[in-house]
Design a protein around this ligand. Sequence first.
Ligand SMILES: Nc1ncnc2c1ncn2[C@@H]1O[C@H](COP(=O)(O)OP(=O)(O)O)[C@@H](O)[C@H]1O
Ligand SMILES: [Mg+2]
Length: 323
Amino acid sequence: MCCGRLLISRRRVVILVGRAMVTLRETASHIKEVREEEWRVLSIIERNLGRYERFPVERIVRITGYSKEFVDEVIRRLAEYGWVERFLQPYESVRLLTSGADAIALRMLAEKNIVVGVGRQIGVGKESDVYEAIGPDGSRLSLKVFRLGRISFRDIARKRDYFDASAPNRPSWILRNYMAARKEFRVLKYLYRCGVSVPKPIANVKHIIVMEELDGDILINVRDLPDPRGILERIIEEVRKAYDAGVVNGDLSPFNIFITRDYRVIIIDWPQAIYRDKGAHEDALIRDVTYIAQYFSKKYGVSVDVESVLREKFGLELRREGG
Ligand SMILES: Nc1ncnc2c1ncn2[C@@H]1O[C@H](COP(=O)(O)OP(=O)(O)O)[C@@H](O)[C@H]1O
Ligand SMILES: [Mg+2]
C-alpha cells in the first residue's frame, strides 16, 4: 500500500487509506451502538446523493431542527466510524463514504430480519467483495457488495479525477453501485425462475445482493476437474437455457463459473447481462461460448466445434468475413 503514497498528495492518501480500512465486518459491528439521530443524519445525506455529492451541513440543521453544535457532534461520530467525510471549504458539507452506504444497507438487512450476522470475506471480484453471512434461521448466505469505482493504488494517478468532487456532474459511484446491484438481482431472480443454474437470490438492498452461499470454488481455482468434457457440456447447457430465456451473460469466464463440491455448474456474476431485445446479445453469446471453448481446449485438451455448437444449440450461423 505504501508505494501508492508516491503517486498522490499526502492528504488524499490519508483519506483513501482511511476509507479502505473500514471493512464490512467492522461496519457491521457498529450498527447496534449507533444512535437514532446519527442514523437520521446519515440517511438524509444518503437520500440526497443524486443531487449533492457534498451535502450542506446547514441544510441538515434545517431539516432535522437539531442545533448546529449537535449536528457537528453527530457528523464527528459518523466520521469516526469512517462513514462520512467532512469538508469546510467551499462550504461546510459532508459526503457519504462507501462504508456509510454499507452501514445503511446492513442496518436495513438486519431490520428486515434477512441477515443476522456478517462473517468473513469469501470472494473478491472485479467489481465486488463477497462476504459470508448468516440468516435468521442459521442458514449460510453470501453478501455481494458492489464496489464499482474502487481503484487500485496503481490506478490512482490515472483515475483520480473521478474522485475530484468538484468536477461538475460527477456521478456518484455509490449510486452506480445501487443500480448495478439492482440490475444483477433482477437478472438472477428471472434466471432462477427460468431454471438456469445461478445462485438463489434472496434480497437486494442498496448496493448489496443477498444470495445463497455456494460451497465450492470458481472454475479457475479448481485443481483437478474430473470429466472436463461433461463440465463443458453442462456449462454450454446453462448458457443455452439462459439464452432461451433471452439473457446472455456477456462476461462468461472461468472466474464466473462456480463449481460446487459435488461438481454442479453454477453461473455467477450477471450485472452486465445482455437481454435479447437490446441487440448485441448474439455477439456476446458468440464471445462467451468461444471463450469458454478455448479455455477448455487449452487447459484440458477438450475441444468442441464452436461453429456447430452455435448452430445446433443456439440456432446461430457464425458470420464469416467475405463469406
Ligand atoms: N453465492 C456465492 N457463494 C460463494 N461465493 C461466491 C458467491 N458469489 C460470488 N462468490 C465469490 O465471490 C467472487 C466475486 O463474485 P462475482 O459475482 O464474480 O463478482 P465480480 O463482479 O466482482 O467479479 C467470486 O469469484 C466467488 O469466489
Ligand atoms: Mg466475477
